[in-house]
Design a protein around this ligand. Structure first.
Ligand code: NAG
Ligand code: NAG
Ligand code: NAG
Ligand code: NAG
Length: 402
């Protein structure tokens, strides 16, 4: 009986895994046809692929390698290419069928360029118009839209979640191509200092990690800045670290991808950091706790206190503690079990949560065993026997699917 119940639990777990996992993977979809390899490459390089995979209703207007040359030959920065390509991601579903059945023969639909706020007015809208002979034309919405591209074929469709359509030309506009204040003009340490993160900024500079952070901005960067008081309290311990550990600890406060609060909220899983390298995982778990978002390193649990700066591709959060990676502190972690901390404390207890040492916040229920079981997608706590059952159920699933 017990086993049956476990199997049922495992089955539910698997089903959750299915629904939680990304429903589609644009990189994989486009990889099937080498004609789209350049477009595909730039979707990944600009991190638009992550955005596409995250959305549940989306249309991607793909162009082939020769069409991509028209913008690549202009030597644009990656950031400008991101703006242009984000015009090719429509936040609505257009399968080939819907394309040919547009009410009144013409529609105007928002692209990701519009929805990410980079566009002004309607310059992030795409005009889709049925023209003579069953052709469908595309253009960027303007007073007098020039419909510069046309529909070629459908590459992939999964109604009504993702549709990938081949169009003849790159869609672009002066606004998308405009030299924007390139994010590399965003000087991270200067921003941090202005936003009340002087102490953390000093840590970045003293270790030289500021360069790594800065180099990452273009492709997307999320920074977790511990409050000045948290850094102050941690200072003696920081001083005691080796140079390499210091750098790793500082790098641990950045993620090489732009993650809005909403994205963090919907994520709930292990995330890599700038310190992640090969076997040195240096990851932590993002966890929702009601309205709060916490970062659990297994050594400390820090809470996001607010957003200091959100200018895609850069976002900076303030956190209440220095993040201590288990790769550096697990060994010296106090073994004394502490009552389940942080979660159910009244809000005004925050002051003492500012404490940041491992001993001050040793989560007694979060031991090595659990840490090793983390599967990278969700924080599942399963005993060894249910892992076994899970494996068997997986096998059965596999057989069924065959
Ligand atoms: C999507 O597919 C590509 C290529 O198959 C793979 O490298 C990548 O890890 C996948 N991404 C996700 C989020 O599964
Ligand atoms: C799309 O562009 C065409 C050509 O400029 C125009 O006639 C049509 O009204 C536009 N459609 C919409 C919905 O604005
Ligand atoms: C497809 O989209 C619908 C909403 O449009 C959503 O409810 C559903 O979960 C999506 N399916 C997958 C597999 O993501
Ligand atoms: C720092 O790094 C060394 C070697 O890389 C490691 O052995 C040590 O445990 C680390 N942690 C601390 C707290 O110094």
């Amino acid at each position: 009986m017990a086993y049956l119940r476990r199997a049922a639990t495992a089955l539910i777990l698997i089903m959750q895994l299915f629904t939680l996992s990304n429903a589609h993977n644009i990189t994989k979809i486009l990889a099937k046809d080498p004609d789209f390899s350049t477009f595909n490459h730039y979707l990944s390089a600009t991190h638009l692929a992550d955005e596409i995979n995250r959305r549940q209703t989306i249309t991607v207007l793909a162009v082939d390698n020769s069409a991509m040359n028209s913008i690549l030959s202009k030597g644009y920065s990656l950031y400008t290419i991101r703006n242009i390509l984000s015009l090719h991601v429509l936040v609505d579903y257009f399968g080939a069928k819907k394309l040919h059945q547009i009410t009144d023969g013409s529609t105007s639909t928002a692209s990701m360029f519009q929805s990410t706020g980079s566009a002004t007015g309607t310059s992030g809208y795409v005009n889709i118009t049925d023209i003579k002979g069953g052709k469908v034309a595309f253009g960027v919405q303007e007073d007098d839209s020039r419909l510069t591209a046309h529909y070629v074929k459908s590459i992939f469709e999964k109604a009504y979640n993702i549709s990938v359509l081949h169009i003849s030309q790159v869609l672009t506009s002066p606004e998308a191509e405009a030299p924007t204040a390139s994010p590399s003009d965003l000087i991270l340490t200067a921003i941090l200092e202005k936003q009340g993160c002087k102490a953390f900024s000093d840590m970045l500079k003293s270790t030289g990690a500021d360069k790594t952070f800065q180099d990452t901005v273009d492709g997307g960067l999320t920074v977790f800045c511990p409050s000045d008081s948290a850094v102050g309290k941690f200072a003696p311990k920081f001083k005691a670290l080796s140079a390499a550990n210091k750098t790793a600890l500082v790098l641990y406060h950045g993620m090489p991808v732009y993650q809005s609060l909403q994205m963090l909220r919907s994520g709930n899983g292990a995330v890599n950091t700038l310190a992640t390298e090969g076997n040195n995982k240096f990851d932590f778990t993002v966890q929702n706790d009601g309205e709060d978002v916490t970062l659990e390193t297994d050594v400390v649990t820090a809470k996001i206190m607010g957003t200091l700066k959100d200018q895609e591709p850069l976002i900076i959060y303030k956190v209440d503690k220095v993040l201590l990676p288990r790769e550096i502190y697990k060994a010296v972690k106090a073994a004394a079990p502490a009552p389940k901390s942080s979660k159910h404390k009244p809000k005004n207890a925050e002051a003492d949560e500012d404490a940041d040492g491992p001993s001050a916040d040793a989560p007694g229920d979060d031991d090595g065993e659990v840490a090793d079981d983390k599967n990278g997608a969700i924080h599942v706590m399963v005993s060894r026997s249910s892992v076994f059952v899970l494996a068997i159920v997986c096998l059965c699933f596999g057989v069924l699917l065959m």
